[in-house]
Design a protein around this ligand. Structure first.
Ligand code: 6R9
Length: 643
C-alpha cells in the first residue's frame, strides 16, 4: 500500500449530505434497499424489469469460480434495448443524440435505431454471420458503433470492440485471439482536425489473417481507402439493400454477449467474457439507480464505446432503460477548450459521467471555460476510471456542478461489468475521494493477504465475496488464467487487483492497483505489454516499466531501458522508442520518459526493484538521471536501498 496516499486520504473528512430536494425526488429514497440486497430475491426482482422470452429456472448456480445467473432464461439484449421501447410514445424518444467533432449532429429515435440495427443485422446475416460467430468492431465514436454492437447482439454474434486508438498490431492480436469472422471499421476517424486511418490500420492488421471473411467499411471522413475485392464491403451500399425486419435471436441467459480485451499482468491482453442475462440485469439496474434516471434526462457518458464504460453505460444500461444518450465523437479541446460545456449548454445535459483525468485537465485549463457556459441543466455528476483526488472532486463539485449536483464516484472494472461501489445519490452522504459503499446486492470487503477482513480504519486488498450478475464468466479461451488471475488468492473470492482502505464509517477508499497494471488517464496498461514492446526494438536489451505519479494522467509510463552492445544513446533513439511503443500498442501507451541505464537494479533473486525505479523517476532517489548510464550509479543506489 502507498503510505503517502493513505495518510492524505485519512485527513479527508468533508461530507456532503444529499439536499432535501434531491432526496425527495430520487428513485431510491430509503437505505432499506441495502437490506433487500442481502437476498437473491433482490436480483430476481430487478431481472423482472427486463423482457424475457422464457423465464429462468434458477437464479444462481455457483460452482466457484464459475457462475451462472438466471439459468434457463431466454432473452435478447438488442430487443431489450430497442423493441420493448417501441410499443408506446417511447418510440419517438431520442435514443442517441450525436454530436460530431466538426459540429455535425444527428438524432436517432428508438424507432430509428431499431430500424438501423435490424437492417445491419440482416446485412451481417446475409454475409455469413451466424449465432456464436465473433465480430470485431474498430470504430470511432459514431452512432454506427452502437448500431454495430446491437446488430451483433440481435443475431447472437458476440462482439469484440477494439478502441479506435489502438494500433494495427493491437487490433491484429485481438482479431486473432477472438478468431473473428467479420471486422467492422470506418475509412477513418476525426481527431482534433486530423484524421486517423482506421481502414488502413485494419488492412495492416489483417495481412495474413485468414479467419476474417468480410470487412464492413463505414464512410465517415471520406478519405481514400483501398477496398479488397471479395472481402471488403461499404456499409452504406449494403444498408441500402437491407430489409428493416429482423427478429431478435432468442439467447440463453448464459450465451456470450461480448468479449472485451483488457490489460493484465502478463504481456497478453485478456479477453473478458460477458454473457447476456446477468449482464443486462446488472447494468440496467445500476444505471437506473446510480444515475437516478428520469424519463426526461439527457445523459452523457464521455467514455469511448471501446471501453467497458462505453459498453455498460453508453449502450446496454442506458438503452435498456430507454434513456436519451448523448454521444460525442471528439476531444474536449476541439475546436476550443469549452467544447464539453458548449455541448452541455446546447443539449441541456442533465447527467454527466466522466473521468478524473478529464477533470484534472479542465482544472489545469481553468474555470473560465465552464464559467462561460450555462451549465444549470446539470443535476448529477459521475466519475469513473481511477481514484478521484479530493481537490479534483471539489473542483468538479464547484465549477461543473455549481455546488448543487451530487457526485457519484463509481468503482468497477471491465471484469465486474457493472458499477460495484458507488453512492446512491438520494441517500448516501458523499466524501470527496471515496467511492463510498458497495451497491445493494454486492458484497465487498477489505482484507489482509490471508483474506481476513481488516478492522475499520486500515488498508488492505479489495475482495468481492459473492458472485454478482454482471461478473465476467471467463477469459476467452483461457479458463485456467481466469481462475488463477481472479480466484487464485482466496478460494471462491474474487480479487480485483486493487488496494483499498476502509474508514471508520465503513466507506471505501481505493488506493490503486497492487499488481503490474498502470492506470494512465483511466486506461489500464500492463507493464509487461510495454516491456515486450520495448524489447521488440532491435536496440533494446532489457526494459522495466513503472507508473510514476502524474498531475493530469494520474500515472504516466516511465521506462528504464538497457541497450544492446555497441548501441549509442541519442535523443533520436529516445523518440524512436516512444514511437515504437505507440506503434505496437497505441498512442495511449506512449511513454512519458525513457531512462537509459547501464543496468536494471535487481534483487538477489533477480526481481527488478520497481520501487527504486519509481523513486528515480519521481526524482527522489537521484537528481540527475543522465548518470544512470554509468553502471556504478545504479549499483550504489541499489546498495543503499531498503526494499
Ligand atoms: C470501469 C473501469 C478498472 C480499474 C480498477 C481501478 C480503477 C475504476 C475507479 C477506479 C478508483 C474509481 N478504477 N474506477 N479506482 N475509483 N471510481 O475503469 O474499468 O478500465 O477495467 O479499469 O480502474 O483500479 O481496478 P477498467
Amino acid at each position: 500500500m502507498e503510505e503517502k496516499n493513505l495518510e492524505a486520504l485519512l485527513e479527508e473528512d468533508r461530507q456532503f449530505i444529499p439536499s432535501e430536494e434531491f432526496h425527495k425526488n430520487a428513485l431510491i429514497q430509503s437505505a432499506d434497499i441495502y437490506e433487500q440486497g442481502q437476498s437473491l430475491g433482490f436480483w430476481e426482482e430487478q431481472a423482472k424489469q427486463l423482457s424475457w422470452l422464457s423465464p429462468w429456472e434458477k437464479t444462481l448456480e455457483w460452482n466457484p469460480p464459475f457462475a451462472q445467473w438466471f439459468v434457463g432464461g431466454k432473452l435478447n439484449a438488442s430487443a431489450n434495448c430497442l423493441d420493448r421501447h417501441l410499443h408506446n410514445w417511447h418510440r419517438n424518444k431520442a435514443a442517441i443524440i450525436f454530436e460530431g467533432e466538426n459540429g455535425d449532429s444527428q438524432v436517432l429515435t428508438y424507432q430509428d435505431l431499431h430500424r438501423e440495427v435490424s437492417k445491419f443485422a440482416n446485412v451481417l446475416k446475409a454475409n455469413g454471420v451466424n449465432k456464436g460467430d465473433r465480430v470485431t468492431i474498430y470504430l470511432p465514436m459514431i452512432p454506427e458503433a452502437v448500431i454495430s454492437m446491437l446488430a451483433c447482439a440481435r443475431l447472437g454474434a458476440p462482439h469484440s470492440v477494439v478502441f479506435g486508438g489502438f494500433s494495427s498490431e493491437a487490433l491484429r492480436d485481438r482479431v486473432i485471439d477472438a478468431q473473428a469472422k467479420v471486422v467492422i471499421t470506418s475509412d477513418g476517424s476525426f481527431r482534433r482536425g486530423n484524421t486517423i486511418p482506421l481502414k488502413d490500420n485494419t488492412d495492416i492488421a489483417l495481412d495474413g489473417v485468414d479467419c476474417v471473411e468480410h470487412v464492413f467499411v463505414i464512410q465517415r471522413t471520406k478519405q481514400t481507402v483501398q477496398m479488397k475485392e471479395n472481402r471488403d464491403l461499404w456499409y452504406h451500399e449494403e444498408m441500402a439493400k437491407a430489409s428493416p425486419v429482423c427478429p431478435a435471436e432468442p439467447m440463453d441467459a448464459e450465451d456470450m454477449l461480448f468479449i472485451l480485451y483488457t490489460s493484465g499482468t502478463t504481456g497478453k491482453p485478456k479477453g473478458v467474457v460477458h454473457t447476456t442475462g446477468g449482464y443486462m440485469v446488472g447494468v440496467s439496474t445500476t444505471h437506473r439507480w446510480v444515475f437516478d434516471l428520469k424519463e426526461e434526462d439527457v445523459y452523457w457518458c464521455t467514455a469511448d464505446v471501446g471501453w467497458i464504460t462505453g459498453h455498460s453505460y453508453i449502450v446496454y444500461g442506458p438503452l435498456a432503460n430507454g434513456a436519451t444518450v448523448l454521444m460525442y465523437e471528439g476531444s474536449p479541446d476541439y475546436p476550443n477548450r469549452d467544447r464539453f460545456w458548449e455541448i452541455v449548454e446546447k443539449y441541456k445535459v442533465t447527467i454527466l459521467y466522466t473521468a478524473p483525468t478529464a477533470i484534472r485537465t479542465f482544472m489545469k485549463w481553468g474555470p473560465q471555460y465552464p464559467q462561460s457556459r450555462d451549465l444549470s441543466s446539470l443535476r448529477l455528476l459521475g466519475s469513473v476510471g481511477e481514484p478521484i483526488n479530493p481537490e479534483a472532486w471539489m473542483w468538479y463539485y464547484k465549477y461543473i456542478g455549481g455546488e448543487r449536483c451530487p457526485i457519484v464516484d463509481t468503482w468497477w472494472q471491465t471484469e465486474t461489468g457493472m458499477i460495484m461501489m458507488t453512492p446512491l445519490p438520494g441517500i448516501t452522504s458523499l466524501k470527496p475521494g471515496s467511492c463510498t459503499v458497495p451497491f445493494p446486492g454486492v458484497r465487498i470487503e477489505v482484507v489482509d493477504s490471508a483474506g481476513h477482513p481488516v478492522p475499520k480504519g486500515s488498508g488492505g486488498y479489495l475482495a468481492i465475496k459473492e458472485p454478482w450478475p454482471a461478473m465476467l464468466r471467463n477469459i476467452y479461451g483461457d479458463p485456467a488464467r481466469f481462475e488463477r488471475t481472479y480466484f487464485g488468492n482466496w478460494p471462491g473470492v474474487y480479487f480485483p487487483g486493487d488496494g483499498a482502505k476502509w474508514d471508520k464509517d465503513g466507506y471505501f477508499w481505493i488506493l490503486g492497483r497492487v499488481d503490474d497494471v498502470i492506470n494512465v488517464s483511466g486506461h489500464r496498461i500492463g507493464t509487461m505489454e510495454v516491456e515486450s514492446a520495448l524489447v521488440d526494438h532491435p536496440s533494446v536489451a532489457e526494459a522495466a516499466v513503472i507508473g510514476k505519479n502524474h498531475e493530469v494522467k494520474g500515472q504516466a509510463l516511465a521506462c528504464f531501458v538497457t541497450l544492446k552492445e555497441g548501441i549509442e544513446i541519442t535523443p533520436d533513439l529516445e523518440n524512436e522508442l516512444k514511437k515504437h511503443v505507440a506503434k505496437k500498442i497505441g498512442a495511449l501507451a506512449r511513454p512519458d520518459d525513457i531512462f537509459f541505464t547501464a543496468e536494471l537494479p535487481k534483487t538477489r533473486s533477480g526481481k527488478i526493484m520497481r520501487r527504486l525505479l519509481r523513486d528515480i523517476a519521481e526524482g527522489r532517489a537521484i537528481g540527475d538521471t543522465t548518470t544512470l548510464a554509468d553502471a556504478s550509479v545504479v549499483n550504489t543506489l541499489k546498495a543503499n536501498y531498503q526494499e
